[in-house]
Design a binder for this molecule. Structure first.
Ligand SMILES: [Mg+2]
Ligand SMILES: [Zn+2]
Length: 229
């Protein structure tokens, strides 16, 4: 029987590397703080690492698919140099408003659609309910939720989580280090408070009280307990 693997699906821009808006040159890659160490701990906990990224710059005529692939080869090498292996890079080159006809359509792979996550999970034998998505946009969380993963939004930029429907279902992290810790604490399983299903129930029961802050508060309290030996 084929063993079932689990994964952490990783948004690229704004999650792993600094979001420089349509960056496509390897020299523009700037790993964000905590990413290397966080990825290493997730890898040690036996999660496959799969990058899931929207690259509409291709549809917009700003760069080509080969540029995206070259950047991903570079990023793979950069991380491998520090002992982190990315199992796969999946990108969506499309956008309905693009100017390159071959890519200018509404696809099933651009987040918030779950297409890339579903494809990656099939190709790598991933169990989605046992897997996680980390991203910095609400569209990342929507894609992860649509695919049936646990999701974590890193609230690190100008993109506030202003959608209560998503906010009530996703966990919120301060940065990548915090996101990795949420996953590993959940892994230890010492604290029921960090079970996503429990979160959902609690957050729904607290409707109207500011679900995002509530969720974050629960998380931090959960950490305190989960951290004990
Ligand atoms: Mg992003
Ligand atoms: Zn697409």
């Amino acid at each position: 029987m084929r063993p079932i693997a689990r994964a952490v699906f990783l948004d690229r821009d704004g999650t792993l590397i600094r979001d420089k808006k349509y960056a496509y040159r390897p020299e523009e890659i700037e790993l964000l703080d905590g990413v290397l160490a966080g990825l290493r701990t997730l890898q040690q906990a036996d999660f496959r690492l799969l990058v899931i990224t929207n690259q509409s710059g291709v549809a917009r005529g700003l760069f080509e698919e080969e540029d995206v692939r070259a950047m991903h080869r570079y990023l793979r090498e950069l991380l491998l140099h520090d002992g982190v292996g990315i199992s796969g890079f999946y990108y969506c080159p499309h956008h309905p408003d693009g100017c390159v006809p071959a890519y200018a359509f509404r696809c099933q792979c651009r987040k918030p659609e779950p297409g890339l996550i579903l494809r990656a999970s099939l190709e790598h034998g991933i169990s989605l309910p046992d897997s996680w998505l980390i991203g910095d946009f609400v569209t990342d969380a929507r894609a992860g939720l649509a695919a049936g993963c646990n999701t974590i939004l890193i609230n690190n930029g100008p993109y506030a989580i202003d959608d209560p429907a998503v906010g009530s279902l996703t966990m919120v992290a301060r940065d990548f280090t915090h996101a990795a810790k949420i996953i590993l604490d959940h892994e230890i399983g010492e604290d029921d408070d960090v079970q996503p299903s429990r979160y959902r129930a609690k957050v729904h029961s607290a409707a109207g009280t500011g679900s995002r802050r509530f969720l974050a508060g629960q998380l931090l309290r959960g950490h305190g307990r989960a951290a004990k030996p």
